[in-house]
Design a protein around this ligand. Structure first.
Ligand code: FAD
Length: 482
C-alpha cells in the first residue's frame, strides 16, 4: 500500500485541489495534514481576525474530509522538520501541496522541498490562475501596469476547467510500528492552536460570515445569479451588497480563482461574451492575480515602496494619537469612521472605503502606509500579504500602477458621491443618525446650536490644510532619483 501525504496550507477545499487529486491518483492511502507554524512564516504572522477565520476554516475542512471517509491531522511546529519525519515514518510515495507565492512562504517551501529529497515532493498551481513566471511581457520583464497585464491575460480566459472534488479519500491505516515512530508527531486538537482569542469580539465579528468550501460555493452561486449583472455600478456603493465578499474565502483557498472564473463564464469561451458586470468582476479577480505577481517579482514590496523615492518621504514623526483615532473610527470624518468601525466589527471593509481611509491616513495624516497595512493585516478576515501591500502602495502612490500622489481623496466628496443617502454612515456611526443628509458627511458645518448634543468628535485635521501639506511633502521627494 502506498501512502501520499497532502499538506494543506491556504487551499482549504477538496474541489479544484490539484495536490489532493494527484495524491489520490498516485497513492493508495492519503494522510491530509495541516502544520501550524506559529514561529515564523506568513501563516505564523497572521493577524487576529485571520486567525479566527483560520480556526473555523480548518474545522470546515476537517468536516468535509470526514464526510469522505478521511480526516484532517493538525500538527504544530516546523514543517521542514515534521514533514520529512512523517514521510520517513510512513514510507510515503509522495508529499503533495499547492504553491503559495509570497516571499516568506516561497523561501520556506524551498527548504522543505530540499529536506524531502527522496520522498517525492510535488507542488502544484492552484491558488492563482497562471504561474507568475508565465505572465511576463514579451521582453521577459514583469508587468507594472494593470491594463496591459489584463489585455495579455484576458485572451487566456477562461482557461482550464476546475477539477472535481474526489468522491472518496482513502484513509491511511497506520501500521503499529509507524504509529509508535510518529508519537511525537501526534495530532493536536484544533483548540490547542489557540487561534480563538478570549474576547467576545471574535464571535460577534464572525456573525455575518459562513466559513468553508460549501459556504464559498453557495455565496458565489448567489452572487452570479443576483448581483453580478449590476456589479459595475453597485460595487462602489458601500451600503449595499454589491460585491461578492469572496475575499476571505479566496485568501484561505476555500474557493479557487479558477472556480470563480469558470462559474462566471459558464459555457461562454471569451471575455467579450460576458456582460459588463461580469467582465468587471473577472477583472477584479485578475487584480488579485496581479497583486500576487507583484510580490513574486518584487518581494521587497510587502513592506517597502516599489518607487524608491518614497523611502525618503517626510512622514509625520509623532502620530500615535492620530493613528489610534483612525483605528478606532474616531477621526470626526464620518465616512472614515464608518469604514474603520465596519472593519473592526466585521473583519471586512468595502473596497471604495478601503481606498478612502487609506488615502486619509497617508495623505491627510502623513502616517506611513505600513502602519495602515499592519492594522488591516490584524483586523481584516481577508488580510492577504499581496493584495494588502498592493492596496496600500496604490493609495500611497508608491506601488505599481498606483494612484498619483497628488490625487488626494476628499472624504466628504467621496461620502456624498458613494453614500448619497447616508445609509452607510448612519449604520456605522449611529451618533450621526439624526443629522440631515446635507451635513452628514461634514457635520462640522452644522451651526453650533444644531451641533449641541451631538456626541461626535471634531475633525482630527482640516482637510484642505492637510491636503496642502501632503502635496508639499510629495514635492520634497518628487525630484529625487527613482
Ligand atoms: C488599502 C487596501 C487594502 C486592501 N487589502 C486587501 C487584503 O488584505 N486582502 C484582499 O483580499 N483584498 C484587499 N484589498 C482589495 C479589495 O478591497 C478587496 O479584495 C475587496 O474589497 C474584497 O471584497 P469582495 O470579495 O466583495 O470583492 P469583489 O469586488 O467581489 O471582487 C472579487 C475578488 O477580486 C479580488 N479583488 C477585488 N478588488 C481587488 C483589489 N483592488 N486588489 C486585489 N484583489 C481584488 C478579491 O479577491 C475579491 O474577493 C485592499 C484594497 C485596498 C485599497
Amino acid at each position: 500500500m502506498s501512502v501520499g501525504l497532502v499538506w494543506f496550507r491556504q487551499d482549504f477545499r477538496l474541489a479544484d485541489n490539484p495536490a489532493l487529486t494527484a495524491a489520490i491518483d498516485q497513492c493508495d492511502e492519503i494522510l491530509p495534514v495541516y502544520i501550524h507554524d506559529s514561529r515564523e512564516g506568513t501563516i505564523g504572522q497572521i493577524g487576529q481576525a485571520t486567525q479566527v477565520w483560520l480556526h473555523h476554516s480548518l474545522q470546515a475542512l476537517h468536516e468535509s474530509l470526514t464526510a469522505r471517509g478521511s480526516s484532517l491531522h493538525v500538527l504544530a511546529g516546523d514543517p521542514e522538520k515534521i514533514l520529512p519525519q512523517l514521510a520517513k515514518a510512513l514510507e510515503v510515495r509522495g508529499v503533495f501541496w499547492n504553491r503559495c507565492y509570497d516571499p516568506v512562504t516561497l523561501k520556506r517551501d524551498k527548504s522543505v522541498k530540499k529536506a524531502l529529497d527522496g520522498f517525492g515532493a510535488q507542488s502544484f498551481l492552484a491558488n492563482l490562475l497562471f504561474e507568475p513566471v508565465k505572465t511576463l511581457k514579451a521582453n521577459g520583464d514583469p508587468y507594472r501596469v494593470f491594463t496591459p497585464y489584463w489585455k495579455n491575460l484576458m485572451h487566456l480566459l477562461p482557461g482550464n476547467l476546475p477539477l472535481p472534488a474526489p468522491r472518496k479519500i482513502p484513509t491511511v491505516v497506520l501500521k503499529k510500528t509507524a504509529a509508535s515512530k510518529i508519537k511525537s508527531l501526534q495530532d493536536i486538537p484544533l483548540s490547542k492552536l489557540e487561534l480563538l482569542p478570549e474576547l467576545p469580539w471574535a464571535d460577534s465579528m464572525m456573525t455575518p460570515w459562513a466559513v468553508g468550501e460549501a459556504a464559498a460555493k453557495k455565496k458565489l452561486a448567489r452572487f452570479l445569479k443576483t448581483e453580478a449583472k449590476h456589479y459595475n455600478d453597485a460595487r462602489d456603493i458601500p451600503s449595499i451588497q454589491g460585491t461578492s465578499r469572496l475575499s476571505p474565502h479566496l485568501h484561505f483557498g476555500e474557493i479557487s480563482p479558477l472556480q470563480i472564473i469558470a462559474a462566471t463564464f459558464g459555457k461562454r469561451r471569451s471575455v467579450m461574451s460576458l456582460n459588463v458586470g461580469e467582465e468587471t468582476f473577472v477583472k477584479e479577480v485578475v487584480w488579485r492575480e496581479f497583486a500576487h505577481n507583484l510580490i513574486y517579482q518584487f518581494p521587497h514590496t510587502i513592506d517597502k515602496p516599489l518607487d524608491a523615492r518614497f523611502e525618503k518621504f517626510p512622514w509625520a514623526k509623532k502620530y500615535q494619537p492620530q493613528l489610534t483615532a483612525w483605528q478606532r473610527g474616531q477621526t470626526g470624518i464620518p465616512i472614515i469612521d464608518a469604514g474603520m468601525r465596519e472593519l473592526y466589527a466585521t473583519g471586512w471593509m468595502h473596497n471604495r472605503v478601503r481606498m478612502v481611509v487609506a488615502s486619509f491616513l497617508i495623505k491627510n495624516l502623513l502616517i506611513p502606509w505600513q502602519e495602515g497595512e499592519r492594522w488591516f493585516r490584524d483586523t481584516l478576515v481577508d488580510a492577504d500579504v499581496a493584495s494588502n501591500a498592493m492596496g496600500w502602495q496604490w493609495a500611497a502612490g508608491s506601488g505599481a500602477d498606483a494612484a498619483p500622489f497628488f490625487r488626494v481623496f476628499n472624504p466628504v466628496l467621496q461620502g456624498e458621491k458613494f453614500d448619497k443617502e447616508g445609509d452607510y454612515v448612519r449604520c456605522w456611526v449611529p451618533e450621526l443618525s439624526s443629522v440631515p443628509n446635507k451635513f452628514l458627511h461634514k457635520p462640522w458645518e452644522l451651526s453650533p446650536i444644531e451641533r449641541q448634543g451631538l456626541d461626535y468628535p471634531a475633525p482630527l485635521v482640516d482637510l484642505k490644510i492637510s491636503r496642502k501639506a501632503a502635496l508639499e511633502a510629495f514635492e520634497a521627494i518628487k525630484t529625487s532619483q527613482k
